[in-house]
Design a protein around this ligand. Structure first.
Ligand code: PLP
Length: 435
């Protein structure tokens, strides 16, 4: 890292660490992982560590009144000093804030930080991860278009694609996750987007992003990867040629189980209409929420290290436990996509799914009820560990056939390892598994 960069400014008036001119993240002391090519400014080629970016990227070096933290701009609209100022703004001569639905100062600094972390030209924030998916797909797809998506995914994303996009005349094809032959076979001249998560929720399947991007490029179709479970610290899909990266910032990015937010990262040009559409949809965040997200991101590097450590330690413990039939965690050799995970990921995250041996859903629920540290709740990626049974929490009203189709076993437990001490999580699970 070159310390002199900390005082350099780019053409955005922010630190050289920020936004469009920011460097991609290089963690030189860990294994090589493809980073996104540095954007813009040649100084960006000198790379900064991820934690430095988490703390500084995107923020103005000198803020209002000298405050070190970004002030919360509690305003729904922004005043003009004169009609001439309005005209200059309308002509595009004086970029600035106008009205809260189109953007805000708190939003700008978080967007620039996220773009820097993902090695992307731009990022757009939304009021939730789902709002981000809906916003992107509603902008990019027209009646008659088709999308193809890998079938292991967050159930609401699947529901939006298969149930709601259909109402607007968009045809969706679900193909088995990781089956590239099926992916290509489902492509037609109308296909406009290829969609996947990596790793997937809740099976933690890691997608070969190089292949996924190559299919998109070969057929001239845009690609979207939901990297919520990976975060920009563990995978940077832009570096593999993926067009759009989606994050539920509700999870690791916010990190404290106290806010909802979502983000899409990509090129400035491709995101321009997406941003315009968000200005119509109005799915923006309140300034306090944005402040909390920015604050959460400051410690994201440190938190993610602990999530990665705890995830791996707990997965190894579960794998060796006689009551556990199967563990889904990309960091262990028995996982079907371990090899590609090792190639692509810097760490494997804090989320683990596992199946309990010879247990029906009731036996399984007794283990969930017996843990003392993780709390029973949906979501993941926060400092507090969470535990749930996907069948009960998210798939209770699905038919057994659909649950089977989506790989949701009655005896499956999903645990999001927080940042507690790993030994405590393991001894807690140990006592719960003896119930
Ligand atoms: C992989 C993934 N993507 C998207 C979402 C939706 O995010 P949000 O809850 O912020 O709308 C979730 C939520 O659990 C998720 O797990």
């Amino acid at each position: 890292m070159n310390i002199s960069m900390l005082s350099k400014k780019n053409d955005t008036g922010c630190d050289g660490l920020s936004g469009p001119a920011s460097p991609s993240v290089a963690d030189e002391d860990t294994k090589p992982v493809k980073d996104a090519p540095p954007q813009g400014d040649p100084i960006a080629k000198k790379m900064l560590g991820p934690s430095t970016q988490c703390v500084h990227a995107g923020e103005k070096r000198q803020k209002s009144e000298g405050a070190i933290a970004t002030p919360i701009y509690m305003a729904s609209t922004f005043t003009f000093e004169s009609t001439d100022a309005v005209v200059r703004f309308a002509r595009g001569e004086e970029p600035r804030e106008e009205y809260g639905r189109y953007g805000s100062p708190n939003e700008k600094s978080v967007e620039a930080k996220l773009a820097a972390l993902d090695g992307a030209e731009d990022a757009i924030l939304y009021s939730s991860g789902m709002a981000a998916i809906v916003g992107l797909l509603m902008t990019k797809l027209n009646a008659g278009d088709e999308i193809v998506f890998f079938d292991q995914c967050y159930h609401r994303s699947r529901e939006f694609c298969s149930k709601h996009l259909a109402r607007f005349g968009v045809v969706t094809h679900q193909v088995p996750t990781g089956d590239f032959a099926a992916l290509e076979a489902a492509i037609t001249p109308q296909t406009k987007m290829l969609v996947s998560e990596s790793p997937t929720n809740p099976h933690l399947t890691v997608i070969d992003l190089e292949k996924f991007a190559a299919v998109g490029k070969a057929f001239e179709i845009e690609t979207l990867i939901d990297a919520t479970l990976a975060t920009p610290l563990n995978i940077k899909p832009i570096g593999y040629g993926i067009d759009y990266v989606l994050h539920s910032a509700t999870k690791y990015l916010g990190g404290h189980n106290d806010l909802l937010a979502g983000a899409i990262c990509g090129s400035k040009q491709s995101l321009e209409p997406v941003r315009a559409m968000r200005g119509i949809l109005g799915s923006v965040n309140a300034p306090q929420s944005l402040y909390q997200l920015e604050r959460g991101l400051k410690t994201f590097g440190l938190r993610m290290q602990r999530h990665n450590e705890n995830g791996l330690a707990v997965a190894k413990f579960l794998e060796s436990h006689p009551r556990v039939e199967r563990v889904y965690y990309p960091g262990i050799e028995s996982h079907s996509t371990h090899e590609i995970a090792v190639e692509q990921m810097k760490g494997f995250g804090g989320l683990i799914s596992f199946e309990v041996k010879d247990a029906d859903w009731r036996d399984t629920s007794r283990i969930v009820d017996a843990v003392r540290i993780p709390r029973i709740a949906p979501s993941l990626g926060g400092v507090e560990s969470l535990i749930e049974q996907p069948y009960v929490m998210s798939y209770y009203n699905y038919s057994p056939a659909d649950r089977k189709r989506f790989g949701i076993a009655d005896n499956m437990i999903r645990m999001s390892c927080g940042i507690e001490d790993g030994e405590d999580l393991i001894s807690d699970l140990e006592q719960a598994l003896t119930t």
